[in-house]
Design a protein around this ligand. Structure first.
Ligand code: UGA
Length: 437
């Protein structure tokens, strides 16, 4: 059996590497020639823990990386993992996936194989039936369900734990018609992930499950962020004790209750916007989803307001931001709230210095010489009038008075409550902690 994975981003490259390292005969396909060359040599196009090791392991076995779509002709299973970004109105942009499936369709034409095509890319409900299926059938001159299988197979992996999540998913969703292809797909996944629940449903439900998942996670975050803002007005209140306790109630669950500066990344903000857009089109007013988004977009305002309160007019002030990646253990800055914060500070003519263990290069691509980039935390803090901790990188847990001693003003805003247990000689503010008045 040969497997093709089309689109080598976080999802595609993780799946390619995991399957190849397990000994499957795999071809990873991407239109970017340069990227393919690097991956073939074991060089990652982005930082992701454990991925390099898994990829190199796969490359020693039966793994080929190529920009040649015609290689899918030899494959029995095809996983489509290309991006589905946001268009300017917040709706989903299907141009990349349409192009990918039309190439797949052309390569299926006249081919004797009867492959199963799994769509892992996040797509709005109806996309499989209204767009992907007709494109495949028109280009291949074949029938789905008869000549090839077509299955919605949403992905739930998180960046920074992509390999672990690919190896041990919490559930497998297979959406589509109940054909022989579906039976074969189930058999493949039962073998690959024994004991993991497999949910077999139709296309539109599978598509919606993905949005339900991400929008619920975003809702949990905005819920705890709203409560954390209330806590800040209650002297002595602590959002982490509240989150920990409510999380013990199995009806609530403890994960995704970490208050902070708002959710970012390439998925939650985009999927929330796409779902809101879709709900509006269906005529359902997405009141709750709108509130989740609004809370998220206002979460940074309190940082600006604390800095103004303590520093007065912000123009010309020196502020350090610690952590730019949208979460720790990644160099991904797509839709990172720290990037938004830099923009807000620059609009107010703040002199911004940043530190991040992995994301400096990506940040430079956006801001160039408009901000300063520090190699060490100490350099980042030197002469600064305020430090804002945005991302929970482990390194920031170790911050102590020694590191803060060269600041011009020792104001620390800790959006992740990393230093809360320390007695520091600084003017300390933390999201979610009520300050003594
Ligand atoms: C998210 C989902 O968690 C994955 O299940 C999904 O597969 C993925 O999107 C996707 O659709 O591809 P990811 O974007 O990697 O994964 O990141 P998350 O770990 O969900 O974090 C998103 C944001 O929420 C980050 O900015 C993080 O700092 C923030 N967050 C998360 C909080 O502020 N508090 C929390 O308790 C959890």
């Amino acid at each position: 059996m040969k497997i093709a994975i089309i689109g080598l981003g976080f999802v595609g490259l993780s799946l390619t590497s995991v399957l190849a390292s397990k000994g499957f005969n795999v071809v990873g396909i991407d239109i970017d020639k340069e990227k393919c060359k690097k991956i073939s040599n074991g060089i990652l196009p982005f930082y992701e823990p454990d991925l390099e090791k898994t990829l190199k392991n796969g490359l020693k076995k039966k793994l080929e990386i190529s920009d040649d779509f015609s290689l899918i002709k030899k494959c029995d299973l095809l996983f489509v993992t290309v991006g589905t970004p946001q268009d300017t109105k917040g709706a989903i942009d299907l141009s990349i996936i349409k192009k990918a499936v039309s190439s797949i369709g052309k390569n299926l034409k006249g081919n004797k194989k009867q492959p199963i095509i799994f769509i892992k890319s996040t797509v709005i409900p109806g996309t499989m039936k209204n767009d992907i299926l007709p494109i495949l059938e028109n280009n291949s001159k074949k029938k789905a369900g008869k000549d090839f299988g077509l299955i919605s197979n949403p992905e739930f992996l998180q960046e920074s734990t992509a390999i672990k999540d690919t190896k041990f998913p919490h559930a497998i969703v297979l959406g589509g018609y109940q054909t022989e292809f579906m039976r074969k797909a189930k058999k493949f996944f039962v073998k690959l992930h024994p004991n993991i629940p497999i949910i077999i449903t139709n296309h539109q439900t599978a598509e919606m499950i993905k949005y339900a998942n991400n929008s619920f996670l975003a809702t949990k975050i905005s819920f705890i962020n709203q409560l954390s803002n209330i806590c800040q007005e209650i002297p002595g209140a602590n959002i982490d004790d509240i989150a920990k306790t409510i999380g013990l109630d199995p009806r609530i669950g403890g994960l995704f209750l970490n208050a902070g500066p708002g959710y970012g990344g390439s998925c939650l903000p985009k999927d929330m916007k796409a779902l809101i857009n879709f709900a509006n089109i269906t005529g359902i007013k997405p009141t709750l989803l709108n509130a989740v988004e609004e809370i998220n977009s206002k979460q940074l305002d309190q940082i600006i307001s604390i800095t103004k309160q303590r520093l007065g007019e912000l123009s010309g002030k020196r502020i350090t931001i610690l952590g730019i990646a949208f979460k720790p253990n990644t160099n991904d800055i797509r839709d990172s709230v720290a990037i938004e914060l830099i923009k807000k500070f620059l609009n107010r003519k703040v002199k911004v210095t940043i530190h991040d263990p992995q994301a400096i290069k990506n940040t430079k691509n956006i801001f160039g010489d408009k901000i300063s980039y520090a190699k060490s935390i100490r350099d980042a803090l030197s002469k600064s009038q305020c430090a804002v901790i945005m991302t929970q990188w482990k390194q920031y847990e170790k911050l102590n008075d020694n590191e803060f001693k060269n600041m011009a003003k020792k104001i620390v805003i800790d959006c992740r409550r990393m230093l809360v247990k320390k007695q520091l000689d600084v003017d300390y503010y933390a999201i979610g902690l009520g300050r003594r008045k």
